[in-house]
Write a protein that binds this ligand. Sequence first.
Ligand code: SF4
Length: 231
Amino acid sequence: MNIGGFIPTSTIDFPGRLAAVIFTQGCPWRCHYCHNPILALGQVESPHDWEGVKAMLEQRKALLDGVVISGGEPLIQKDLVEVLKQIKGMGFEAALHTGGAMVNRFKETLPYLDWVGYDIKAEQLAYVSITQVEDSGVAAFSSLQVLLDSGVDYEVRTTVHWGLMSREELLSLSETLADLGVKNYVVQIARDGGTLSKELLAHNGSASEFEAGPLAEINAMFEKFSVRPAG
Ligand code: SF4
């Protein structure tokens, strides 16, 4: 596992749990708004490897509820399933943050997961305008269906940069997700600056500036809905 970072304690990455977070390196996509381009490109010189992180987790067993594997895109890690098995074997609950880029590997992880933070970036045909990778939306929507069929608890979230997606497109995407059966949806407003694509440096607005009109419409489509700044 190519690890680019490790947070020993987090209260925000795994709902209701005190969790450690492992950030894996590398991603097959190149989202314009990516705030971790060094991690996504796999260019972090990290002091961590899995055995070292595992030793730290062993020491924190009594303190932590769970472990989150985030990225980058964790699904590209060949030993992801094996690492999840070991995490569960230590008695932790396990969570994954993913965009679903590799459908079969995602399927393999689900038996070992207690929660998934799942990124949906756009309508399927519009994915390339965000990720810069043809057909990325096919994998993303296939993996979403796999998640919804699995019964594993989840949150579906969309990071919005108004330079890449209009209010109308967000409403349309929300309708698509609701039709697919998504119950828990979060809109994350992309932060300003530090993005992979420098042309997105202009002000994107904040979560509190998001207008009440579309907010109410989207809210009515889901059992749970919220808006927050992107992490
Ligand atoms: S934002 Fe896009 S490029 Fe960055 S890690 Fe996530 S999926 Fe990869």
